[in-house]
Design a protein. Structure first.
Length: 215
């Protein structure tokens, strides 16, 4: 199985702008990328990063990086035509900071012509494509679109129910999940920057340097 990890290298995680500066967002996005690559590696696959620009990293990553500056959908589609049942392609987003080898292994072993781990808000956080006619259509409720595409081409769809894979880190409130359930670099990156959990009567939130940023 080939495993692609798309990565927006230039201005990642803009929806975290209320709580992180541009440099902090870039560092946090790279920390999440490293955690995702390590989890894929631990399942026994060598991931390839599909990046919008060359990655300049102080500490290099061992995964190969392919640069394609097209938007996400055409960049991923360009890597799909060669796959077959015997050579599936998986696409795992780089912002799945909670991903573990066990969670990914369940997705990779799910079977189906197409297997999808949906994200909250109807995104497509990770998928495995075995059907030759399947093409992606990311953004704007892509899980719904992908479900429709599989029906149109007569493909079997396996939907993988996974808390860890459904939790992509998009918005400030999602940082709580990183601090609670994250495993390595991503939670460390937040703690280094002064983020901590803030327990109240209701949901746990995050606070930074004494200021509540989300609850
Ligand atoms: N190769 C590639 N990856 C992308 C592109 N846009 C987003 N990604 C990656 O796709 C995954 C999901 O991205 P999103 O959450 O939709 O976008 P984001 O850029 O990370 O965050 P926002 O700026 O807040 O929308 C992440 O791993 C991104 O790094 C793109 O145009 N090309
Ligand atoms: C890539 C995109 O992510 P979202 O915009 O839902 O976070 C999607 O899952 O289609």
């Amino acid at each position: 199985m080939r495993v692609l990890v798309p990565f927006a290298a230039d201005a990642p995680k803009t929806r975290l702008e209320p709580v992180l500066s541009a440099d902090e967002r870039a560092a946090f996005a790279r920390a999440m990328l490293r955690d995702v690559l390590a989890a894929i590696d631990a399942v026994g696959y060598e991931p390839t990063v599909l990046s919008t620009a060359p990655l300049e990293l102080e500490e290099p990553i061992s995964a190969p990086v392919v640069v394609d500056d097209r938007p996400l959908t055409p960049a991923v589609d360009a890597r799909l035509p060669e796959r077959s049942e015997d050579d599936p392609v998986a696409v795992v987003m780089a912002d799945l900071a909670l991903a573990t080898p066990d969670a990914l292994e369940r997705l990779f072993a799910a079977g189906g012509d197409v297997a999808i781990a949906p994200g909250r808000g109807a995104g497509t956080n990770a998928l495995v494509v075995r059907h030759p006619e399947f093409r992606v259509d990311y953004h704007g409720g892509s899980f719904l679109d992908h479900r429709e595409i599989t029906a149109e081409i007569g493909a079997d769809l396996a939907v993988v129910d996974s808390f860890r894979l459904s939790t992509d880190i998009d918005e400030p409130a999602d940082l709580v999940e990183v601090l609670v359930h994250g495993t390595d670099r991503a939670p460390a990156s937040l703690r280094e920057r002064g983020f901590e959990l803030e327990a109240d009567d209701g949901r746990v939130g995050i606070a930074r340097a004494g200021n509540a940023t989300s609850s």
